[in-house]
Design a protein around this ligand. Structure first.
Ligand SMILES: Cc1ncc(C[n+]2csc(CCOP(=O)(O)OP(=O)(O)O)c2C)c(N)n1
Ligand SMILES: [Mg+2]
Length: 421
């Protein structure tokens, strides 16, 4: 945790105090044993060992070394415990992750079959996206980027809306105008994103400041990637949020790459979380493939924000298992071995094992969840493919509350060309 660090002016000291959150499977522990210098407990969960480390690391965190993710659920000198959701909630989080995985895989298939034009997949990031979005309250505001299927679905977007947007049909909330994978929803307080990296961060800070001035007890959360930390908007947003103590959670999905650029070429900082120190705010690293750890740190950060404690930067360390977008071929810049290693840390398997270990989940539950998810996806796609595109006249809507004379003339002309419809 960085609250110790944020009081410090020494960056190295601050970095050494960032203690990551998460559970560690045995393989991580064996790899990362050199980093661990405190006591630990081992127990068996469904045949595999899972470790709970009862203290953090005193080695300097290094985001490029995935072994640093071998973290504890109780961490830090001040010993903080993660907040586990109730059993039913844990099952809901897992079921949502199954749904997101099914919706994501099917969206790629649709693109490969030419039924949609473009898609930004999220496979591998389900724990980061679902775990964090699950911690939000309906009245909070989410400012996402383009890699957000797990966030928008968890926030309550129906799969019909999800695919309507990808198909740019007349049920699309953005009326078919946005680039695919830029979901928004007024009803769900999801602000439609722009493609330029991190432009949503100052917006999230502005809305948070507005809410603070009005006395509304809400928080905003801004999602972005590791590459986004090199943008101007990242720095101005964190600075502004720090100065005005806005109720904002900055959620960085560190998935290892900005298209083909690895994090090692993105920054010389010892972590992304440590960048919070410069702005006088709290920074936290979390194992982004551990849904419960992600839920826990995000929930705490949101509560802190709503209660006047100011902003937090969360670095959620995960991996993009698929391509950057459907236009990308990651084989050109990533080793197969790297993907194979991350497959062993698949966030769905992690949470399922944990649920099985707690006797909350069995084979029948798994079959039911998988079948249910496939059915939901199938029905939503069948529905969305029948919906016509938006009427051409909607192209000129929403620019002015009342169309100007020249827009009216164009609308009239368009109507004539369309035979009066
Ligand atoms: C300001 C800006 N610069 C460059 C781009 C082109 N671009 C699109 S996605 C991307 C990579 C972003 O990587 P990251 O922030 O790590 O997010 P990820 O795609 O990995 O989720 C880049 C450079 C852009 N959209 N906006
Ligand atoms: Mg990235």
């Amino acid at each position: 945790m960085l609250d110790i660090a944020s009081k410090s002016t020494n960056i190295d000291e601050a970095a050494s105090k960032i203690i990551p959150y998460g559970t560690i499977p045995l393989y991580d522990y064996l790899n990362g044993i050199g980093n661990i210098c405190q006591i630990f407990n081992i127990y068996v969960i469904t045949g595999i060992f899972t470790l709970t480390v009862s203290q953090g690391f005193y080695a300097k965190p290094n985001i490029l070394n995935t072994e640093m993710l071998s973290t504890g659920r109780i961490v830090g000198e001040d010993v903080r415990e993660t907040i586990d959701p109730a059993p039913e909630e844990m099952k809901k989080i897992y079921t949502l992750m199954v749904l997101v995985r099914a919706a994501d895989i099917q969206a790629i298939t649709l693109q490969r079959q030419g039924r949609i034009g473009f898609y930004v997949p999220c496979q591998g990031e389900e724990a980061s996206q679902v775990g964090s979005a699950y911690a939000l309250k309906p009245e909070d505001w989410a400012f996402t980027d383009y890699r957000a299927p797990g966030i928008v679905i968890t926030r309550g977007m129906s799969l019909k809306s999800f695919y309507a947007h990808l198909m740019a049909n007349s049920e699309d909330n953005t009326k078919g105008r946005s680039m695919p994978s830029h979901w928004g929803s007024k009803a769900l307080n999801i602000v439609t994103p722009s493609s330029p990296i991190c432009t949503q961060l100052p917006h999230a800070v502005g809305v948070a400041l507005g809410a603070k001035m009005k006395g509304d007890k809400i928080a905003t959360i801004a999602y972005f990637g590791d590459g986004g930390t090199s943008s101007n908007d990242f720095h101005s947003a964190l600075n502004f949020a720090g100065v005005f103590k806005t109720p904002t959670v900055f959620f960085c999905r560190n998935n290892g790459y900005a298209i083909s650029i690895p994090v090692s070429r993105q920054t010389a900082s010892s972590s992304l979380a440590v960048k919070a120190v410069a702005y006088g705010i709290e920074g936290i690293q979390v194992d982004g493939n551990d849904a419960l750890a992600v839920y826990s740190v995000t929930k705490k950060a949101l509560e802190k924000a709503r209660n006047g404690g100011g902003p937090t930067l969360i670095e959620s360390i995960t991996y993009r298992m698929g391509p950057h977008t459907t236009s990308d071929d990651p084989k050109r810049y990533r080793d197969d071995g790297e993907l194979e290693e991350w497959k062993t840390k698949d966030p769905l398997n992690r949470l399922r094992s944990s649920l099985e270990g707690r006797k909350l989940w069995g084979k029948e539950d798994e079959n039911n969840a998988q079948e249910w998810a496939q059915q939901q996806v199938k029905e939503a796609i069948a529905h969305s493919e029948k919906i016509p595109p938006p009427h051409p006249r909607t192209l000129l809507e929403d620019v002015y509350s009342q169309p100007t004379w020249n827009l009216q003339r164009q609308l009239h002309q368009l109507s004539e060309e369309l035979g009066g419809s």
